[in-house]
Design a protein around this ligand. Sequence first.
Ligand SMILES: *[C@@H]1O[C@H](CO)[C@@H](O)[C@H](O)[C@H]1NC(C)=O
Ligand SMILES: *[C@@H]1O[C@H](CO)[C@@H](O)[C@H](O)[C@H]1NC(C)=O
Ligand SMILES: *[C@@H]1O[C@H](CO)[C@@H](O)[C@H](O)[C@H]1NC(C)=O
Length: 545
Amino acid sequence: MSINPKPQSSLLTFILLLLLTSSAYSSPNHPGSDEESDDLEQLLAVDEQLQQDLPLQHQQSEAETVSRAQRIVLELSGDNARRVIGGNEFVMVLGYAPWCARSADLMPKFSEAATALKEIGSPVVMAKIDGDRYGKAASEMEIKGFPTLLLFVNGTSKAYTGGFSAEEIVIWVQKKTGAPIVTVNTVDEAQRFLKKYHTFVVGLFNKFEGSEYNEFVKAAKSDDEIQFVETSDSEVAKLLFPEFKTSDVFIGMVKTEAERYTSYGYFFAVDDDKSYVVHVAGSYKMENILEFLSKNKFPLITKLSESNTAWVYSSPVKLQVMIFAKADDFQNMAQPLEDFARKFKSKLMFIYIDITNENLAMPFLTLFGIEHANKTVVAAFDNKLNSKYLLESDPSPTNIEDFCSGLADGTIPQYYRSEPVPDNENASTVTVVGKTFDELVLNSQENVLLEVHTPWCVNCEAMSKQVVKLAKHFKGFENLVFARIDASTNEHAKLQVNDYPTILLYKSGEKEKPLKISTKLSAKDMAVFINEELKPRGGSAKDEL
Ligand SMILES: *[C@@H]1O[C@H](CO)[C@@H](O)[C@H](O)[C@H]1NC(C)=O
Ligand SMILES: *[C@@H]1O[C@H](CO)[C@@H](O)[C@H](O)[C@H]1NC(C)=O
Ligand SMILES: *[C@@H]1O[C@H](CO)[C@@H](O)[C@H](O)[C@H]1NC(C)=O
C-alpha cells in the first residue's frame, strides 16, 4: 500500500500492519454501497452529460472541461489521464479500485475535500482513476496500490504525505499548491477561522517579510498536517492565542485540549508541583519550528484509534506509555495522567487505548501475555529500543507516576513474557520458560541443547521428534541436558531468535555464545556435531547413532 508509513521497529510494524489490515478487510463497504459515493457517482454522471451536450468547440476547450469537472472530482480514464495531468499545473489524483474497502472509505473524504478546495478557490484539479479498469494509465502514473494519492505539479508526481480526513487533505493540498498560510486581518476573520480550525500554528509578525517570516513560511510549506495562520494585528493575535508574548515575532501552537496553548521558544515545566513557563532563546529557523511542531502537536494524552496508528507512530517521542482502560476508568484517572504527561513531556508520550476495543487493544496486550483484560493495564513501549515494560502493581496514580519516573530514568526493567514454572521432574527434555531461562540454561553447569519452538511454526513438530530421538540417544551422557522453550509465550533478553525452530548448543563455560546447529542436519549429523563439540580433547564422547 503506497500510503502507508515506513516504521522501523518490527514489533510495532507488526501491530500497525495488523491494524491496517483488519481495518481494510473488516469494513463491509465497497464503492457504490456508500451513500456519499453514490452522490459522487451521480454528480459525475451529470458532469459527463453536460460535457456531451456541449458543442464541439467547447468540448475541445481544456479549461472548460476541467473547471466543470472540478465542481467535484474528475474521473480519469485511459484516454484523458495524460491530457489532464499534462495540461494543468496541479492535479491531485486518487487511484482506487472498486473492490478496495480503504478506497471506499477515502473516496467521500476526497470528494468533500474537493468541494472545500473549490470553495476556497484552489487551483488544484481533483481527479480519480479506477486503477483496476485503467491499469495501463494507472501504472503510467506509478499507482502501485490502492488507494494511492498523488499530486502532479506540472506533470511531475509528488507522493501524498498528509492525513486522511477531508480537512487534512485540504490542508496538505493548500500547503503544496502555494497557499500554505491563512492570513487573518480582522477580529471577524479570526472568529471565522476559529470556527473552522481547532488545531493550528499562529504566527504574529509586524510585517510579513524578513528572514524570520520566511522561515515561518518554509515551515508551513514543509509541514504536512497543521494549518498555519498569520496576522500582524495584536488584537487578532490575542483572539487566536490569548497568552501570546508580546514581541516582534511570536509563534504559538493551539490545540483543542488541556494543553491548549504552547508558545514557540518557551516550554512548560513542572517542578516541586509548581509549574513554570521557561523561555529558551530559540532562533526562528524552519528546522526549529518544525521540531517544535513535531514535539507539541500531539495532545497530552493521545487516544489511539484504527485511523491514527501511523500518526502516533510518527511521534519523535519513542518511549510511549499506554493506558488500557475502559472509558469510565480512564475519565477517573485523566487528571493525574494529564499532570504526568506535562511533567514527562518530551520524554514520554501518553496514549490511551479503549480496552473494550479488542481489535486495537489485544495486539498490544497479548505481548504481555494478557488474554482477557477487564482491569486497567498500564504498559510502555520503547520504539527505538524495541522493548516493552509493564506496571505490575496496582495502577494507582502514585504507582503510575513511579513507573513513569522509572521509564524516564531508564531504571524500569524490560518486561519479558513467561509461562508459569512447570514441573520438570523426571522429564527427558526439560521445559524452560522465561523465568527459568537464567537458572536452567545460562547459569547451569551443564551443556544445554535448547530447542526454540513456537506452536505455529511449520517444521517445529518434526524437529521436536528429532530432538526427542537425540535425547534418547544421549541418555545417560554426562553433563548434557536437552531442553525446549516455547518462544511464543516466553522471552528472555539473551534469547534473540527470529527463525523457528532454532537449535542452540550452550556449552558449559561458554554460555554467552551458544552454537547454532543447522536444522537441516539429520539426527545423525546433529549427534556427530554434538559429539565433536562436547568431546574432551583427544577422546570420543559417544558413539554415533
Ligand atoms: C508550472 O509551469 C508554469 C509554466 O511553465 C510555471 O509558470 C509555474 O511556475 C509552474 N508551477 C510550479 C509550481 O512549478
Ligand atoms: C474478565 O472477563 C472475562 C469475560 O469477560 C471473565 O471470563 C474473566 O473471569 C474476567 N476476569 C477477571 C479477573 O475478572
Ligand atoms: C520420578 O522418578 C522417581 C524414580 O524413578 C519416582 O519415584 C517418582 O515418582 C517420579 N516422579 C514423577 C513425578 O513421575
